[in-house]
Design a protein around this ligand. Structure first.
Ligand SMILES: Cc1cc2nc3c(=O)[nH]c(=O)nc-3n(C[C@H](O)[C@H](O)[C@H](O)COP(=O)(O)OP(=O)(O)OC[C@H]3O[C@@H](n4cnc5c(N)ncnc54)[C@H](O)[C@@H]3O)c2cc1C
Length: 377
């Protein structure tokens, strides 16, 4: 397996680097976490700039290696985070690209790439998080529509989304994994109520979503009826395997900033802290190598990340928490000051071992599907 970059890939890197150096100084600051509509506008605006400069297609059309270079360079340069475009660009979009019909790809993918539409993910329910196949939101066929009733929770970006990748139960009598269907639901359909939830880190990006007889056209179904679990596995492998990749580069940038801050405030004299930062540097380098490996396996196997995604997600989410714990150590008592850099990131890092599937669930997947250990249940 060759993990080095070709001359064409290095040329892409050089052109992108030059473009970023030109445009980034012209950008305003991203709105604060409590201004989620402002963030939506900002994130879509950045996506439009990428599109107009010819970089939007790196998420689906370019090779996964080109995508890695894109993530490496944008993060290294401190370019805006994908933000409200997270679901559309990083898992709903790739799922539709892999599983949708030609009409579905033509309808939904270009507006995401052009920065025109935001997606959210309606998977979790009050009693179906880790045990996702326990979901109870029902959909019954009525002519050319599904009529959907139930509720979803922890739906990031629901308040500002145009579309929702929604899991519904279409056959209540089938074994639980077999009666599920994957739908694209328009968020302005009658019968949808969105109730925002405020997070520990101060943002209102989550919501509860209540669905009361919401009509969703059958044409919005991705994959066959009752085959949604298989489609969901594709979505989750993108969510765990590639969606957080850019953030590994961002974490390495934060690590360098921490070392600089520690040198300035004297904390660098502490050998325990220096060792901690050094160990984290090793950890993030290893994660980047793991990412390259996962991407090269995906590239060889049709573009969908495999179970290596769970190994990445497990290690990454813990390393991220350790990084921001180290940040608190560098800041000392200032880590209680919400206006200091890294303090809100530290609070939000707690969620990373839960979002996109908890560490306990990833460990079970790694044990059963990567290591081939006997099933525990
Ligand atoms: C920041 C963030 C963003 C999110 N965004 C979205 C979103 O946009 N859309 C969406 O649909 N969902 C979203 N979620 C929800 C997320 O997917 C769920 O929180 C997650 O899957 C865990 O489910 P749960 O909260 O129901 O916890 P539970 O399933 O109730 O788990 C509680 C605890 O029990 C453990 N546990 C449960 N079952 C087992 C088992 N079999 N073996 C061992 N341990 C077990 C879990 O690991 C956990 O520690 C988000 C969550 C977070 C934190």
């Amino acid at each position: 397996m060759d993990l080095s970059y070709t001359a064409a890939e290095e040329d892409f890197r050089a052109r992108l680097r030059e473009w970023l150096a030109k445009v980034l100084p012209t950008l305003p600051d991203r709105p604060s976490p409590d201004d989620w509509p402002g963030r939506r506008a900002y994130d879509l605006g950045w996506q439009r700039m990428l599109h107009d400069a010819g970089y939007a297609d790196v998420h689906w059309d370019a090779s996964p290696t080109t995508r890695l270079i894109f993530l490496e360079e944008t993060e290294r340069a401190g370019a805006p985070y994908v933000g409200a475009n997270f679901v559309g660009l990083l898992h709903a979009g790739p799922t539709i690209a892999a599983e949708g019909t030609a009409e579905q790809r033509a309808r939904w993918l270009p507006p995401v790439l052009r920065g025109e539409e935001v997606w959210c993910q309606g998977f979790s329910e009050p009693d179906a998080g880790s045990d996702l196949a326990a979901l109870r939101t029902r959909a019954r066929r009525d002519g050319d529509d599904y009529v959907v009733s139930g509720s979803k929770i922890w739906t990031s970006h629901a308040e500002v989304a145009d579309w929702c990748e929604l899991l519904v139960r279409t056959d209540p009598d089938a074994p639980r994994h077999r009666g599920i269907t994957w739908l694209a639901m328009p968020m302005d359909a009658p019968g949808i109520t969105v109730r925002p939830l405020r997070t520990l880190a101060g943002s209102a990006e989550f919501a509860e979503v209540f669905l009361d007889e919401v009509r969703v056209p059958v044409a919005n179904r991705v994959g066959a009826e009752n085959d949604g679990w298989r489609v969901t596995m594709v979505t989750l492998s993108f969510e765990r395997g590639t969606a957080f990749v850019g953030e590994v580069v961002a974490c390495r940038r934060v690590l360098r900033e921490l070392a600089r801050a520690a040198r300035e405030n004297g904390r660098w004299d502490d050998p325990v802290l220096r060792r901690r930062l050094g160990r984290l540097e090793g950890e993030f380098r290893a994660l980047w190598r793991l990412t390259q490996w996962n991407v090269s396996v995906a590239e060889a196997g049709g573009g969908v990340p495999g179970t290596g995604a769970s190994v990445f997600k497990l290690r990454y989410s813990h390393a991220r928490q350790e990084l921001y714990d180290a940040a608190a150590d560098v800041l000392g008592p200032d880590c209680l000051d919400l206006d200091r850099p890294w303090v809100l990131d530290r609070l939000s890092s707690l969620s990373y071992t839960i979002a996109a599937g908890t560490s306990q669930i990833q460990r079970t997947i790694v044990a059963e599907r990567v290591l081939g250990l006997p099933r525990g249940r």
